[in-house]
Design a protein. Structure first.
Length: 179
């Protein structure tokens, strides 16, 4: 083999070796999304309906969720990002009716009836309340990240702070300063 071919062979071998052993850049540490307070209107934007961008309405803050936007739902006033379960909660999926709102009553009753898709737990049976707690703890808290709370959980109807809300007692927080 000529010296030129020899150098070319070594050069190609080094190039192949470099390409095969190159490490991909390390992803930056994934920071959790900040926890926030959702009003009822804000939460409706994350209902998984994926509407097309409408420039005429874009100045209004009532657009439904855009394509690729996360899908949120609330249970017991805790807002979960259920995007990873898009096959269950996305557009035309079986549980899409639960998204974009606090569906506590519907989860407790295992109902998709529009009248049950509310945070109101008045009149639920002991079995329904137990079912709600089981599903809340073993499904939603176990599988989906918490991204916030509904305003009704933290604020009274008049907008004053709910004295019974203690961030350190909430499922997402470990210390009061995180809130």
């Amino acid at each position: 083999m000529s010296p030129a071919c020899n150098r070319l062979s070594w050069g190609l071998a080094l190039l192949v070796f470099a390409l095969c052993t190159a490490q991909e850049p390390r992803p930056q540490s994934l920071k959790p999304k900040p926890v926030r307070l959702f009003t009822e209107d804000e939460l409706t934007r994350y209902d998984g309906q994926e509407v097309l961008y409408d420039p005429v309405r874009c100045y209004q803050h009532d657009l439904k969720s855009q394509a690729g936007q996360p899908i949120y739902m609330a249970v017991k006033g805790v807002v979960f990002d259920v995007t990873s379960g898009k096959e269950f909660y996305g557009k035309d999926a079986p549980y899409n009716a639960l998204t974009g709102k606090d569906s506590t009553r519907g989860v407790a009753k295992m109902s998709l009836d529009p009248a049950d898709l509310t945070q109101d737990t008045t009149g639920l049976t002991q079995d329904e309340l137990k079912s709600l707690d089981d599903i809340f703890n073993n499904v939603y808290k176990a599988k989906y990240p918490i991204v916030g709370y509904t305003s009704w959980r933290i604020l009274n109807e008049d907008g004053s702070p709910n004295k019974n809300f203690r961030p350190e007692d909430q499922p997402h927080f470990s210390i009061k300063e995180e809130f």
